[in-house]
Design a protein around this ligand. Structure first.
Ligand SMILES: [Zn+2]
Ligand SMILES: [Zn+2]
Length: 291
């Protein structure tokens, strides 16, 4: 918001950031097509009622790339992805209005073993954006349960982190995705890595920049054992130095969370050196979101 004082009061212009800008979008969210609790309709209706300018579902689409990973119950059935997109688009058309633009996306797992096959399917889907995520390092499920981490040695934990970052870098290098999902996910259950990840993180950020992708400030991390958003302030500052765009997202799995902690997210972005510029996606093009 720019305040311009009336003539005669000088040429003072103030740029004020409102605590809850009505210009928010939230693109990383789940319905009961994957592991969310609520229906497509309920999620969009809640986002509209919450005053979001744009909202998109991005249900999980996990095509297992490793022989020992079966189809995942927290993903939509992989053969139903077109049906999902059709249903979401059809509801989006019915709810769209001047103040609220619904979007359609997917959160897609990257596997180096099958990404080209997955990309060919994605090319047949009229999505507004594709979120690229890694929920697996090797066949280890990173974000399922703390109990999966408890028996690991520090050496195994370190190997998971390194493999995760390697996969994230590769995922960006494919050029198939638009937004990076929860950049530093392995910290979720607070089992930290004891080795130096700086170089592989830097290479990943450079790959994200080269692919012209955005990252998300995913507020769900504040409500997990790690108690901070994805990514950390340190990583966000490094992304800022490279001028990588950020999209605030709730990663909501129920209607109550469609814009959870967005006020904190605004402050966190400012702390990392980001201004008030926000972005939207339409037909996989990133465009400025004007106030
Ligand atoms: Zn995810
Ligand atoms: Zn998600």
């Amino acid at each position: 918001m720019v305040l311009t004082f009336p003539a005669g009061t000088g040429s003072l212009h103030l740029n004020l950031v409102e605590p809850n800008l009505p210009m928010d979008v939230s693109y990383h969210n789940h319905s009961n097509w994957s592991d969310g609790l609520d229906s497509v309709k309920a999620m969009y209706d809640a986002a509209k009622a919450a005053g979001l300018r744009e909202f998109g579902l991005s249900d999980h689409y996990v095509v297992p790339g490793l022989p020992n990973l079966n189809d995942k119950e927290w993903s939509m059935p992989i053969q139903k992805v077109h049906q999902y997109v059709d249903e979401v688009i059809s509801y989006c058309k019915s709810i769209s209005c001047d103040d609220f633009t619904p979007r359609v996306g997917l959160e897609v797992d990257y596997f180096r073993e099958n990404w080209k096959d997955v990309a060919a399917i994605l090319d047949t889907l009229p999505l507004d954006y594709r979120i690229g995520s890694c929920h697996y390092a090797f066949d280890f499920s990173i974000d399922h349960m703390a109990e999966d981490w408890e028996p690991l040695t520090q050496e195994q934990i370190n190997a998971i982190y390194v493999e995760y970052w390697r996969k994230m870098m590769e995922m960006a290098q494919t050029g198939v995705f638009d937004i990076v999902g929860h950049l530093d996910l392995p910290k979720k259950f607070a089992f930290p890595c004891s080795c130096d990840l700086y170089d592989i993180q830097e290479a990943t950020l450079q790959a994200i920049k080269a692919a012209d992708m955005a990252i998300e400030l995913n507020t769900a991390g504040w409500f997990k054992p790690c108690n901070e958003p994805y990514p950390s302030l340190d990583l966000l500052k490094r992304a800022r130095q490279l001028d990588i765009p950020v999209i605030i997202s709730a990663d909501a799995h129920e209607t109550a969370n469609v814009n959870r902690a967005f006020d904190r997210a605004q402050a966190f972005l400012a702390q990392a050196g980001y201004g008030t510029q926000r972005w939207r996606y339409e037909g996989r093009k990133r465009l400025p979101l004007n106030n």
